[in-house]
Design a protein around this ligand. Structure first.
Ligand SMILES: [Zn+2]
Length: 153
């Protein structure tokens, strides 16, 4: 599995979790069986999950803003990732049997993205775009810090 596949797989897991929370929020009854705020918080935390009641409450507040909007964003993210992953390498003439131009890259040719990426540029810009897609999830415990894109200057 390539670095590009690793980011796409990880990002898909985060988006799936967003969808799970959004669907829970969308389906949640607003007439919770108590008016006691601490009890409402416990019920919300139980339904939404998270590492603490506070996290669950923050997540649900964000989702309650408009679950349909969140679901539309999730769909758009999935389409962007699918489109990125479906792009084909631009193979030079004379290499019709190669499935990637990755072996043709020269050291230093791709700057920050280093050796291992392809010479047509697809691996480089696809990885960069996936890193931008993954950036909103950098607070997750398993977010690899090396995925953080360098700021554009
Ligand atoms: Zn390529």
């Amino acid at each position: 599995m390539s670095a590009v596949d690793d980011i796409a797989t990880w990002l898909t897991a985060q988006i799936n979790d967003d969808e799970r929370v959004a669907l829970k929020a969308k389906a949640m009854r607003y007439d919770l069986p108590t008016d006691a705020p601490w009890e409402r918080e416990r019920i919300i935390a139980d339904q939404i999950g998270g590492t603490s009641k506070a996290v669950a409450v923050h997540r649900i507040v964000a989702i309650f803003a408009n679950p349909n909007r969140v679901l539309a964003e999730i769909d758009a993210k999935r389409q962007r990732i699918a489109w990125l992953m479906a792009q084909q390498h631009d193979m030079p003439e004379g290499f019709p049997t190669y499935d990637s131009c990755r072996l043709l890259a020269q050291p230093g040719e791709l700057g920050d993205l280093e050796v291992g990426y392809c010479s047509c540029g697809l691996d480089g810009w696809r990885t960069q775009l996936l890193r931008f897609e993954a950036l909103p999830y950098e607070d997750r415990a398993d977010y690899p810090p090396e995925w953080r894109p360098k700021p554009v200057s």
